[in-house]
Design a protein around this ligand. Structure first.
Ligand code: SF4
Length: 208
């Protein structure tokens, strides 16, 4: 279905918008599991899983960048400053190894909740105590994990068949690059692996 859709609707805009169907289906898988009695421990304001390296596909990164561009200028500048700080931290190995906070986590909430990537929708826990103690393994529901992994794989394969990069990229750096360089979308749609370029070079740090 993904392949058919991407083949029929050929434009960067459609290819980016299409990733929302993966994200909504991922959320539906979780809701269905909850309806079937799976007890998920995650609650609003709970964000243990937002303190780790977060990755997203190019289409997801562009979807987030598009949503951010629609926000008021002051808010956008605030987001860019947070992304710059996050990027600077990446070069500090010690800071990076201490479970860095996702740059989109603000006041304990996800500031891009409606367009958050599939990996964030897949993350869940069946035991909050394990999250609180940073346990090496967080108990999860197998049906949710497998269902969303299959959806993600199918969607990524469809993008690849069209010659588009569908690998995972670090979220903060990716969004900063997409916001800094408006040509990234069209170059990605032309088959270029745009997120392998040096973000720091493409985005000189703004004055704070
Ligand atoms: S994008 Fe949102 S949900 Fe995902 S890790 Fe960042 S703050 Fe958490």
């Amino acid at each position: 279905m993904a392949e058919r859709h991407l083949e029929t609707h050929r434009s960067p805009q459609s290819a980016i918008a299409f990733v929302s169907s993966l994200q909504h289906k991922a959320s539906s898988i979780i809701q269905r599991a909850v309806g079937q009695g799976v007890e998920i421990a995650c609650k609003a304001g709970c964000n243990h899983c937002c303190r780790a390296r977060v990755e997203a596909m190019a289409a997801e990164i562009f979807r987030i960048a598009r949503e951010l561009r629609g926000r008021p200028a002051e808010e956008m500048n605030h987001v860019i400053r947070r992304l710059e700080t996050h990027l600077a931290m990446r070069s500090d190995e010690q800071a990076w190894s201490r479970r860095p906070q996702c740059p989109f986590l603000e006041n304990e909430l996800c500031s891009i909740y409606d367009v958050r990537p599939g990996v964030c929708r897949k993350a869940h826990s069946l035991d909050l105590r394990k999250c609180r103690t940073d346990a090496a393994e967080i108990p999860q529901n197998l049906g949710i994990v497998v269902g969303i992994a299959a959806l993600t794989q199918g969607t990524a394969d469809a993008y690849r068949k069209l010659g588009l990069d569908a690998a995972s990229h670090e979220l903060g750096q990716g969004v900063l690059l997409a916001l800094s360089d408006p040509t990234t979308e069209s170059r990605w749609y032309d088959g270029e692996a745009v997120f392998v370029q040096d973000v720091a070079a493409a985005h000189p740090r703004s004055e704070t």
